[in-house]
Design a protein around this ligand. Structure first.
Ligand SMILES: NC(=O)c1ccc[n+]([C@@H]2O[C@H](COP(=O)([O-])OP(=O)(O)OC[C@H]3O[C@@H](n4cnc5c(N)ncnc54)[C@H](O)[C@@H]3O)[C@@H](O)[C@H]2O)c1
Length: 300
């Protein structure tokens, strides 16, 4: 780890933001982390739990804070509005990668990362097997990838009033089946797992990965993520991840620790390898990043 505490700015103070802030407050000193700032669109929510010098009232003022890494955990709109600006000053962990379904935004973020010697990082979040998908993608053996996410209707935040008419006990309803590219704008907060998968499977991309969202009133205690990978000669892998979740929550319980682990690994690698910082890479998950660092060292 670096010889000084790394400063982390947290953007968003919902379930994930609160979890990460508490973790940094409690375990940060040991892990070599400290808070640079916390922003939430409603600052009232921050007043009771944070010292006032850590509260950022206007997000544009992040430039006045000394920050090593900015972590977005609120909404893809913020990635769109601030991502390039963040990367001009700090490394950027994108908690809402569904924003990257916009190819122009993805390109702008990559360019900004490269230009400013920063990195853009996509944590695996609720995705299981992201590294394996990435390996198959890189070796050219990934032929198809589909992901189904099933949740209680209260857990969905959909645009256009889709699902506004649900009733308790109605059962199962397929809400969408098609490309992840088209699904991301419909369910920006709910399909970040699919977006992370589409980034790992970059040769298929957001248009080539299939997504399905299912509302099911029987799922009051957990979310289900099913991933199906297809390779050559009949190769298939199917995983079913049952993630306990609070009713109405967009994030399943196990995903909180996944984010924390990704953040620790990311910071560790960033400050072990200055070379990575120079190149402005985009990665899904820590292991992919570590592998590429090792390869680079061997070649030089
Ligand atoms: N990558 C993954 O696998 C993964 C997994 C879970 C959650 N997420 C994403 O992380 C983000 C945070 O998750 P959470 O569980 O904390 O959600 P949450 O609903 O508990 O909190 C979201 C926070 O962002 C704020 N917010 C909502 N829309 C906003 C907007 N347009 N501008 C500014 N602020 C806005 C809300 O007020 C709230 O404070 C979400 O986008 C979620 O989809 C990603």
């Amino acid at each position: 780890m670096a010889d000084r505490a790394l400063k982390v700015g947290i953007v968003g103070y919902g379930h994930l933001g609160q979890f990460l802030v508490e973790k940094i407050q409690n375990e940060g000193p040991e892990a070599g982390l400290q808070l640079a700032f916390v922003w939430n669109r409603n600052a009232d929510k921050l007043r009771d739990s944070l010292p006032k010098e850590l509260i950022l009232h206007d997000l544009s003022d992040f430039t006045h804070r000394d920050t090593d890494v900015i972590v977005e955990v609120c909404h893809p709109m913020i990635v769109k509005e601030f991502g390039v600006k963040f990367l001009s000053r700090a490394h950027f962990l994108v908690g809402s990668p569904s924003a990257l379904s916009d190819p122009q935004l993805e390109q702008d973020l990559r360019t900004a990362a490269k230009q400013h010697g920063k990195t853009l990082y996509v944590p695996s979040g609720a995705l299981w097997g992201g590294q394996d998908i990435q390996k198959m993608n890189d070796s050219g053996t990934l032929q198809a990838l589909s992901i189904r996410m099933s949740k209680h209707p209260s857990c969905f935040r959909l645009t256009g009033g889709l699902l506004s008419d649900w009733t308790e006990g109605e059962g199962r309803r397929v809400l969408y089946h098609g490309s992840v590219a088209e699904l991301c704008p419909i369910a920006p907060n709910n399909v970040n797992t699919m977006a992370a998968a589409a980034i790992a499977a970059s040769k298929l991309g957001f248009n080539g990965v299939t997504g399905e969202i299912v509302s099911d009133t029987a799922l009051s205690d957990y979310h289900i993520v099913e991933v199906e990978v297809t390779g050559p000669d009949g190769f298939t892998v199917k995983t079913v991840r049952q993630n306990p979740a609070k009713l109405g929550a967009v994030t399943g319980n196990a995903t909180y620790n996944s984010f924390w682990s990704s953040l620790l690994e990311y910071l560790f690698v960033l400050f072990q390898s200055a070379k990575v910082m120079e190149e402005g890479y985009i990665y899904v998950d820590n292991s992919g990043l570590l592998q590429k660092v090792k390869k680079k060292k061997k070649n030089t």
